[in-house]
Design a protein around this ligand. Structure first.
Ligand SMILES: Nc1nc2c(ncn2[C@@H]2O[C@H](COP(=O)(O)OP(=O)(O)OP(=O)(O)O)[C@@H](O)[C@H]2O)c(=O)[nH]1
Ligand SMILES: [Mg+2]
Ligand SMILES: [Zn+2]
Length: 319
């Protein structure tokens, strides 16, 4: 029987039987969990039922995408989800505070995983213009072809004031896909998924703490099926470190910039304001320049972080 893994409990797995539309607990058979092999949320598996009624996972189908990190020291990929079609990156428009740097890190991962991303600004009910310019952030993302949504998970009737895409537009984008909701703890991933389910699921949520930080309420990824689409709720990201990325590949993770770099006069241009013949400093003053420079700034900052560890010390890229 074909099934989708909805949740992993290390050795046993909640498997959704596609044919019967029900969830059963199954144990992984034989060699399936040996060595680096794991079974993760989103995996497409074969399940069989033995005479004693127990369910077993007998094989894992090929994955069409994976969410992973390179574990440098062990030279392997740690995979945390599979068969994801869309990353829904959630940013809180109030508390926890919006941080552009964090968003750029998520987009970097999206490029690395080769999975399309959209960005959802949540908690728009308590957004204040003095905190950050949401229109600028959204235009910056539009330049990358990333769609942004304005939402209040708590208030489903929230009316658009700043951006052009609403909760209904998001539902449209989710249709027919497996989406994973990513973001810092406390941005409202579980609240939004529960709210989009229209009462079908009620995931655990918790108020953010005094310091304006989330409480790491969701501890395991979990998939939810709504017929038309599937969503994975994930634990708030703790580590934003990107030191596993290779300097050599880094520029390709900025698809908006990679074609612009060769326009500088010198191939080793450092793109500083006073760099001679730099394409970026020679751009015509205006909003467009500001948008591009803000991405260049992110590129330089993150590249510094990546190049702090030389490539040869890092895991070699694996298939
Ligand atoms: N004002 C407001 N509060 C919200 C909104 N969405 C979520 N919250 C609140 O934010 C807090 C955190 O929400 P969660 O859904 O637990 O956040 P999470 O992203 O799942 O957090 P982790 O599971 O810890 O990663 C809860 O108190 C929610 O009620 C919103 O649109 N507006
Ligand atoms: Mg949660
Ligand atoms: Zn330059």
């Amino acid at each position: 029987m074909r099934a989708t893994v909805f949740k992993s409990h290390q050795r046993t797995f909640d498997c959704y039987l596609e044919g019967q539309k029900k969830i059963v607990q199954a144990t992984a058979k034989g060699n399936l969990l040996k060595g680096d092999d794991t079974i993760v949320v989103g995996d497409d598996v074969e399940v069989s039922q033995e005479a004693n009624e127990e369910f077993f996972i007998t094989s894992v189908h090929e994955r069409r995408s994976v969410i992973f990190r390179q574990i440098q020291r062990e030279n392997r990929k740690k995979i945390t989800a599979a068969n994801v079609d869309l990353l829904v990156v959630l940013m809180s428009a109030s508390k926890p505070k919006y941080k552009r740097g964090m968003l750029d890190r998520f987009l970097l991962r999206a490029a690395e995983w080769e999975i399309p991303a959209v960005v959802v600004f949540n908690k728009m009910d308590s957004y204040k213009e003095k905190d950050f310019d949401i229109k600028f952030e959204s235009d910056r993302l539009s330049n990358l072809g990333v769609k942004c949504f304005e939402i209040s998970a708590k208030d489903s009737g929230h009316e658009l004031k700043y951006l052009s895409n609403s909760r209904d537009d998001l539902l449209e984008v989710l249709r027919e896909k497996n989406s994973i909701f990513l973001g810092q703890s406390g941005v409202g991933k579980s609240t939004l998924i529960s709210s989009l389910s229209g009462g079908e699921v009620d995931l655990k949520t918790k108020q953010i703490g005094k310091a304006g930080k989330g409480m790491h309420t969701t501890t395991w990824s979990e998939m939810i099926d709504l017929g038309d689409f599937k969503m994975i709720d994930s634990p708030g990201i703790r580590s934003f470190s990107i030191e596993d990325l290779l300097e050599e590949d880094f520029k390709f993770l900025f698809p908006d910039l990679v074609d612009l770099f060769p326009k500088c006069e010198f191939f080793d241009c450092t793109h500083e304001a006073d760099s001679k013949g730099c394409y970026f400093s020679d751009l015509e003053e205006g909003r467009e320049k500001k948008l591009i420079l803000s991405r260049l700034e992110a590129y330089k900052k993150l590249l510094d972080e990546v190049s702090a560890t030389p490539d040869w010390k890092k895991a070699s890229p694996q298939k």
